[in-house]
Design a protein around this ligand. Structure first.
Ligand SMILES: [Zn+2]
Length: 255
C-alpha cells in the first residue's frame, strides 16, 4: 500500500511531516521541530508515532525529540556523523543504508554542506524524498558547516533522483526564494510559471511543497549552476559549476 503523508507548519517557518505506512500502522515524524505540533498532527490523523527520522542536528529540527520519545517510545534514527549532537538516538545511518518505517523503505543519502553530517531519506518506491535543509523549493540551505563545493555535490545527488520524486523540505521559504531566483534567471519561463503557482497556493493558505524534483530542475537556480546560460547570466561563462554555485549562494546570502 502506498505511503501516506501529513504536512504541517510549525515554529515560525518550519514544516513538520508525518509519514505513515497504512499496512503496518508505522508512522515516522521527519525531524521533530516541536513536540506539540507533531502531537497535534498525530491526533488529527489517529496515527501512532513509531519513528523519528532526523536529517540534521539543528535545534529547529530536534527540539521535540526527547518529549516525543518519552511519550511514544519511538525509535530515533539519525545521521552517524551528527549522532553526538542529537538527543535520544537509537540507530545511526550513513550513505547507502536502508531505513524501514513499517514496510516502507528509504535509502539514506548523505548531503553535507548545510551541516557536515546532513542526510536525506529517499523512499524510492513511494517517490518521496525528505531533504531537510539541503534543498528548498527554488532555493537551498545556507552552507553553514561545509563548503560550497560540498553543497553543490549534495544537490547534484538530489537532482539525480527520478523527476517524479516529491520533495519535502524543512521550511516554507519559496516566495522569498523566487524573488531572489528572478535576479539570476529573469527570463526563465518555468520560474515564472512556478511563481504564478506559488502565489496562488499562498493566497489560499496552502503549502508550496511538496514539489517534484523535475519541476525544481527547471526553475531552481541552485540546481542550475552547470547550465551555460545561468553562468553567462551572472558573468561567469566557462567557470566550474561549483564556482558558479558558490557565487549564486553568496549573492543569496546578501539578498
Ligand atoms: Zn538547519
Amino acid at each position: 500500500m502506498p505511503a501516506q503523508t501529513r504536512l504541517f507548519p510549525c515554529r515560525s517557518d518550519n514544516y513538520g511531516v508525518l509519514l505513515h505506512d497504512p499496512e503496518t500502522g508505522a508512522t515516522a515524524s521527519i525531524d521533530a521541530p516541536e513536540a506539540a505540533a507533531v502531537e497535534t498532527a498525530l491526533k488529527a490523523t489517529g496515527w501512532k508515532l513509531t519513528d523519528i527520522l532526523v536529517t540534521h542536528h539543528h535545534a529547529d529540527h530536534t527540539d521535540g525529540i526527547m518529549e516525543l520519545k518519552e511519550k511514544y517510545k519511538c525509535r530515533v534514527v539519525a545521521p552517524a556523523a551528527e549522532a553526538a549532537q542529537i538527543p535520544g538516538v537509537d540507530l545511526t545511518v550513513r550513505e547507502g543504508d536502508k531505513v524501514e518505517v513499517g514496510k516502507l523503505s528509504a535509502n539514506v543519502i548523505e548531503t553535507p554542506g548545510h551541516t557536515n553530517g546532513h542526510i536525506a531519506y529517499w523512499f524510492h518506491a513511494d517517490k518521496l524524498a525528505f531533504v531537510g535543509d539541503t534543498l528548498f523549493s527554488i532555493g537551498c540551505g545556507r552552507v553553514i558547516e561545509g563548503t560550497p563545493g560540498m553543497m553543490w555535490r549534495s544537490l547534484l545527488k538530489l537532482r539525480d533522483l527520478p523527476d517524479d520524486t516529491d520533495i519535502y523540505c524543512g521550511h516554507e521559504y519559496t516566495a522569498a526564494n523566487i524573488k531572489f531566483a528572478k535576479t539570476i534567471e529573469p527570463d526563465n519561463m518555468d520560474l515564472a510559471a512556478r511563481e504564478a503557482e506559488v502565489t496562488r497556493q499562498l493566497a489560499k493558505g496552502e503549502p508550496t511543497i511538496p514539489v517534484t524534483i523535475g519541476e525544481e530542475k527547471k526553475s531552481n537556480p541552485f540546481l542550475r549552476a552547470d547550465v551555460a546560460g545561468v553562468a553567462a547570466g551572472i558573468g561567469m561563462a566557462g567557470k566550474e559549476a561549483s564556482q558558479v554555485f558558490a557565487e549564486i549562494r553568496a549573492r543569496k546570502n546578501k539578498f
